[in-house]
Each structure stands twice: as C-alpha cells, then as structure tokens.
Design a protein around this ligand. Structure first.
Ligand code: NAD
Ligand code: TYD
Length: 353
C-alpha cells in the first residue's frame, strides 16, 4: 500500500507529507514540478526516509504519471498541485489554466486508466482526493449564510475559475466513470512553510524588516482562516471515512477582516520582539481587481460525518505561526532571495530521491 501526492513540495502539501510520514507507516510518492512555489527544503527531514520518494514532474505529463501509478500501485492520490496565488492569476492566468485545468484533466485521465485496471476490491477501496478552495463559490456579503457543499459556483478570479473547472472535472469523473473521488473546498490556510507572497507570512516578513505592510483597499474584506495542520487532519479523515463522490466544505469558523489579521500579527510581534511600533508600518494600498469581499464556511458536514474538528483556534494557530516564522528566518530569507532553488543541491549534493 502507498499513496501518491501531487504538489507535495508546496505549502499545504509539505505539511501533509511531513505529518503523513510522522504518523503512518505507509509509503508516499510525491510528484512536484518545483515551480517557484515548490521547495524541497521543506522536506529535507524525510529525504532519506525509505518510505518517501520524490519525483520532479508535471501532473500533466501523462506518461510519467502512468508509469508512477503502475510502479507504486497507490491506493489513493491526493492532488494538491496547482498554481495558487490570486494576484499572480490576475497578472498571468496562463499557468493557472495549464496546471489547474489541463493538469488536473491529465491527472484524472492517467488515474482513470490505472484505476480501471485494478481488481474489484482495489477499485472500490481507491480514492482520488482533490484539494480545492472555497474561492470557487465567489463572494459573500455581510450577513449572508456561509458557503456549504450546496453553494453555487461563482468564481471571480482566474485562480478561482481554474479551480472551479478542476472541481467540475473531478465531479464528472465520479459521475461518468465511477472514479471514487473526494473534494475538499477549504478556506484560507496558514501555518509553517507558506510562501511569503500570501498575507500572513508576507506581513510577518515585511514587519520584522521594518518594511511597509500593504493592505489592499479598505482592509475590511473577510476571510475564514484554518491552520494547515487542521486542514491536513480533515484530508486524512476524508481518505479514511469520506463517501466516494462526496464534497466537503472545510473551514475554521474564524472569520476575520484583513485589518484584524494584520493588527493581531502586529500585536503578537510586539510581544515577541518588542521595540518597533509595528502598527505604524500598515499602509493601505490600491485594491486587488475584482477582490472578493467575504468568504465563510459552514463545515457541519465535515464535522458531523467525519468526526473532524479544528484543534487550533485562530489565536493559538496565529501565535504558533508567528513563532515558526521568527524561528525560521533563514528559510524565509532563502525563499525571498530565491536561494531555495538550489539550496538542496548545494547543501546535500543531491538532485533526486
Ligand atoms: P502552493 O502554491 O504553496 O504549492 C503548489 C505546489 O504545486 C508547489 O510545490 C508547486 O511546485 C506544485 N506544482 C505547481 N504546478 C505543478 C504541476 N503542473 N505539476 C506538479 N506540481 C506542480 O499551494 P498551496 O497553498 O500549498 O495549495 C495546495 C492546494 O490547496 C492547491 O490546489 C490550492 O488550490 C488548494 N488550497 C489552498 C488554500 C490556501 O489557503 N493556501 C486553501 C484552500 C485550498
Ligand atoms: P491571500 O493570502 O493572497 O489569499 P486569498 O487571496 O486566496 O484569500 O490574501 C488574503 C487576503 O489578504 C485577501 O483579501 C487579499 C489580502 N491581501 C492584502 O490586503 N495585502 C497583501 O499584500 C496580500 C498578499 C493580500
């Protein structure tokens, strides 16, 4: 038995891989293209682990994926690989269509062929777990009920539209071919190893360097925040107990405006590294085009049918996250300077395995 993970060198994927190998004996194969967002340094602690194999490759490469499936005979595929940053999708949507739509389609095709060749029991036990986002549902107004599994698809950014397309493909592969799929639509994650282009690590990085903290528009947009370890726990529960074909809305019941998040980080930094007035660094800047106003998640299905619940509150998770970034400034610096790209090779003279 083994599982195949795509995009395991990114933020959520790295956390998932590390937690998997810490808690399961089952081998894990990680296929990742190592775009700017993929960082093998995150996985250095498992590099020599015989249960772990890293393969550099594109999920759209059907021959490669087909070979890996035949060789490793996984009982599940967990699909994280994607272009994930909304602002980048506005400036350059092509890569989003290529990976999130065409890449997911290619992966589904390779997996379908493999799955159809399995014997009856293995076909029934197989799972294709698609990791998606609440952004496919569009934007809520204040007072609207939170998104749930029945919410209509109304994606607003090229990123959200590409993820919506991938969700539809996954749904169609379940409906048409019977592929046992699972989809998670999760809210904003935060925690260790997040690329510092996203709000929380960006604020921490800029604040400790005394740089302006850019807040888009009026800063009153609302996001629901979930610690990455709680998302990974929900994904593991979905693999264990999810109904084939099911979709789960996953979130932390922790709605905050962006200004609240930024102010909370400034407070925490003020305690951990007293001195500068971090609040004075906050600068309101031009809004993101098409900026979604509010996301919120009603996670009752995941909680009731999977017995899952977040273990971190936003307050405990944010404090831990801030501490991780303060303790790992060299990681952040290698990411922001681009040195992470060849760090593994220079440090360990290794390019594979
Ligand atoms: P990330 O950008 O940090 O990592 C993406 C990873 O995918 C990188 O390692 C990258 O190298 C890899 N990748 C990109 N294109 C690839 C391709 N064509 N083939 C193989 N690998 C490729 O993203 P993340 O924040 O870890 O998000 C992971 C998944 O979770 C994404 O599908 C995203 O849509 C979804 N998601 C993210 C959040 C969030 O808040 N970060 C919330 C909900 C859902
Ligand atoms: P982000 O981390 O990019 O996630 P997403 O767009 O997927 O929700 O942004 C979170 C929120 O923070 C979003 O409303 C945009 C806002 N934001 C800023 O105000 N300033 C910034 O510099 C960034 C990166 C984001």
């Amino acid at each position: 038995m083994s599982i195949l993970v795509t995009g395991g060198a990114g933020f959520i994927g790295s956390n998932f891989v590390l937690e998997w190998l810490a808690t399961h004996n089952e081998p894990l194969v990680n296929i990742d293209k190592l775009t700017y967002a993929g960082n093998r340094e995150n996985l250095i602690s498992v590099q020599g682990d015989p249960r772990y194999r890293f393969v550099r490759g594109d999920v759209a490469d059907r021959d490669l994926v087909a070979r890996l499936l035949l060789e490793h005979q996984p009982r599940a595929v967990v699909h994280f690989a994607a272009e994930s940053h909304v602002d980048r999708s506005i400036v350059g949507p092509d890569a989003f269509m290529q990976t999130n739509v065409i890449g997911t389609f290619g992966l589904l095709e390779s997996v379908r062929v493999y799955w159809e060749g399995l014997n009856h029991d293995r076909r029934n036990g197989f799972r294709f777990l698609h990791v998606s986002t609440d952004e496919v549902f569009g934007s809520l107004n204040e007072g609207d009920p939170a998104f749930d599994e029945e919410s209509p698809y109304r994606p607003n950014s090229p990123y959200a539209a590409s993820k919506a397309a991938s969700d539809h493909l996954v749904r169609a592969y379940n409906h048409t071919y019977g592929l046992p799929t699972l989809t998670s639509n999760c809210s904003n994650n935060y925690g260790p190893y997040q690329f510092p282009e996203k709000l929380i690590p960006l604020v921490l990085h800029r604040a400790v360097h005394g740089q302006h903290i850019p807040v888009y528009g009026d800063g009153r947009q609302v996001r629901d925040w979930l610690h990455v370890s709680d998302h990974c726990a929900a994904l593991r529960r979905m693999l264990e107990a999810g109904e084939p074909g099911a979709v789960y809305a996953v979130g932390g019941s922790a709605e905050r405006t962006n200004l609240e998040v930024v102010e909370a980080l400034c407070e925490l930094l003020g305690e951990a590294r007293p001195g500068p007035n971090y609040h004075s660094l906050v600068h309101m800047v031009k809004d993101r085009p098409g900026h979604d106003r509010r996301y919120a998640i009603d996670a009752r299905r995941a909680m009731n049918s999977l017995g899952w619940a977040p273990q971190e509150t936003f307050s405990s998770g944010l404090r831990k996250t801030m501490q991780w970034y303060l303790d790992n400034e060299e990681w952040v610096s290698r990411v922001t300077t681009g040195a992470y790209r060849d760090w593994i090779d220079r440090q360990y003279h290794a390019s594979a395995g």
